[in-house]
Design a protein around this ligand. Structure first.
Ligand SMILES: Cc1cc2nc3c(=O)[nH]c(=O)nc-3n(C[C@H](O)[C@H](O)[C@H](O)COP(=O)(O)OP(=O)(O)OC[C@H]3O[C@@H](n4cnc5c(N)ncnc54)[C@H](O)[C@@H]3O)c2cc1C
Length: 501
């Protein structure tokens, strides 16, 4: 650290988190800082993260990635939301689409008028007014920013991709921007005796990598933040008890769906992620209620095409580090936290934490107030996502298996109870600017799992019954007409971003 300036960043780990950090830091901080990433081919990556949420487009923009090129190079596809099957009750299904159903009126959100309609015996459902739902179930996709001359927002989307190819793309990008990659097994972390800051890491071949600032992307091993710095891990598995996953690919099927599926099983749930060259599948479960063998056979029995390769088992504990930034080390990715992939939030958390780090990045010495603010913001986002995930479980009405009875009856954080109570009364939904999941997301999960508010906001009584009927039918018509001209998801990809392999 010459003249007290932070000049060199060392990233430990080259999984998705490590290469996102390397590529984004080189792009944003590049000219001022040198970056070295250390990874070991002998230790693999988790490499499962295949589904994302819309803010990933912000990262793509920071990296100047051409979207079609990015989709083609990662064998990717487009994602309009997640279909939840068997969550409220076995046999029920709903979509968490990435956009607001309907369109607001008189400064009231659309859903309040929809609730009024429901309370007066209306038969339609919320998703009849969602362009995401219509496009998803017609297997269509297109870039639709706005709906004609209405105020209705267009299609918000994210991507499914091959995590290995994504890491490769980011690595090329990072190395092209001057990031140095060092192959080696980290077997020592050297701390300053007085300050406790990390001075360097030692590799198995005896070499030493020095740095001023360290990013721990070593995955579940948490070599720096956990082993070396001793930052505790807060275990949240009493609220989110799934702790294992078995994952395997299968052949691609037609049509290529523009959404992820999350199908509840008796002790967890199964994901289905459509890619251009295969479908990614996994069964996330709690080993208190199901063995690995049973989970594996449930997964294999429920593949919708011939299996590719061998199933891979992963173990984890949901929770987060007590601090994400400690001394001169920031933990990103699995070394900092684990949230089950139900809402595809982990890759997002890496990018979101990096954005926070950029706004607080130390030029010279590390200031406690910056560290505290970073930890506050990152902790807030984790707790917000945790609560959102808990909602899916707490709102189940399933009584058919011990796992579902446990999550239905468990005590949950007060923030979740309050959210449910506010919605149950008059459909009140609130969010802050810091919240990743806004009103539309909570609305779809709560209504989708059968929580119907007892009443609606009195302000939605400002139009007559006739006007309400006309309004709803207009909105439905606008949504249907907007989706009509879109191409199929398959032909959009064929024409714009077909993978070369
Ligand atoms: C079952 C499952 C499904 C998931 N699905 C999704 C999803 O759909 N969407 C999503 O956003 N996220 C998902 N995630 C999360 C996502 O996979 C991770 O957040 C993401 O891959 C980041 O992982 P990572 O880079 O932190 O860790 P890893 O991928 O484990 O990488 C760790 C790196 O550290 C290196 N390393 C470790 N020890 C050493 C050492 N001693 N010396 C040198 N190098 C070392 C390894 O070589 C590797 O490069 C999922 C996770 C799991 C477990």
């Amino acid at each position: 650290m010459t003249d007290g300036n932070i000049q060199k960043v060392v990233i430990v780990g080259g999984g998705t988190a490590g290469w996102i950090a390397a590529a984004a830091m080189a792009q944003v901080l590049g000219p001022h800082i040198s970056i070295e990433l250390v990874e070991s081919d002998a230790i693999g990556t988790v490499g499962v993260g295949e589904a994302t949420i819309p803010p990933i487009k912000i990262l793509n923009n920071i990296l100047n990635l051409d979207e079609d090129d990015f989709v083609a190079k990662t064998n990717g596809s487009f994602k309009l939301g997640i279909e939840f099957n068997n969550w409220g009750q076995v046999g029920e299904s709903y979509l968490h689409g990435f956009g607001r159903p309907g369109i607001g009126l008189n400064r009231q959100p659309f859903y309040q008028y929809f609730l009024r309609h429901l309370h007066s015996g209306g038969q339609s459902n919320l998703w009849d007014y969602s362009i995401h739902h219509k496009a998803a179930y017609q297997h269509k996709f297109g870039r639709l920013n706005k709906i004609g001359n209405t105020n209705m927002t267009g299609l918000s989307y994210a991507f499914h991709f091959d995590a290995g190819l994504y890491a490769k793309l980011l690595r090329e990008h990072a190395e092209g921007n001057g990031v140095k990659r060092t192959e080696g097994l980290v077997d020592a972390v050297h701390l300053d005796e007085q300050t406790g800051f990390i001075n360097s890491i030692g590799l198995k071949d005896g070499s030493i990598v020095e740095g001023d600032f360290f990013i721990d992307c070593s995955g579940f091993r948490a070599l720096l933040i956990g082993d070396a710095l001793g930052v505790e891990y807060n275990d949240w598995s009493h609220w989110l008890p799934v702790n294992k996953a078995v994952a395997v690919g299968c052949e691609r099927t037609e049509p290529l769906l523009p959404y992820t599926k999350a199908t509840a099983r008796s002790a967890g749930w199964q994901w289905r992620i459509p890619l251009q060259h295969r479908t990614g599948n996994g069964h996330v479960f709690c080993d208190r209620y199901m063995s690995v063998d049973e989970a594996t056979s449930i997964l294999i029995d429920n593949l919708d095409a011939p299996m590719l390769g061998e199933p891979k088992v992963l173990s984890f504990v949901t929770g987060r580090r007590e601090k994400f930034w400690h001394k001169n080390c920031v933990a990103l990715g699995l070394s900092g936290s684990f949230m089950e992939p139900l809402e595809s939030t982990s890759i997002h958390m890496v990018q979101s934490n990096l954005n926070k780090l950029f706004t607080l990045f130390p030029r010279q010495r590390i200031v406690d107030a910056d560290v505290d603010e970073y930890n506050r913001q990152v902790a807030y986002e984790h707790e917000h996502v945790r609560d959102f995930l808990i909602l899916h479980y707490k709102l189940t009405k399933r009584d058919d298996a011990p796992f579902w009875r446990y999550v239905r009856d468990m005590d949950v954080p007060k923030s979740v109870t309050d959210k449910i109570a506010l919605f149950q009364g008059q459909g009140r939904l609130f969010h802050t600017d810091e919240d990743l999941f806004k009103q539309a997301s909570s609305l779809q999960i709560m209504l989708g799992q059968g929580l119907i508010p007892e009443d609606h906001n009195v302000l939605a009584d400002d139009i007559s019954d006739e006007q309400l009927k006309l309004f709803l039918s207009n909105v439905e018509g606008v949504a249907s007409r907007a989706v009509m001209p879109l191409p199929s998801h398959t032909s959009f990809i064929e024409q714009n971003c077909k993978a070369s392999r």
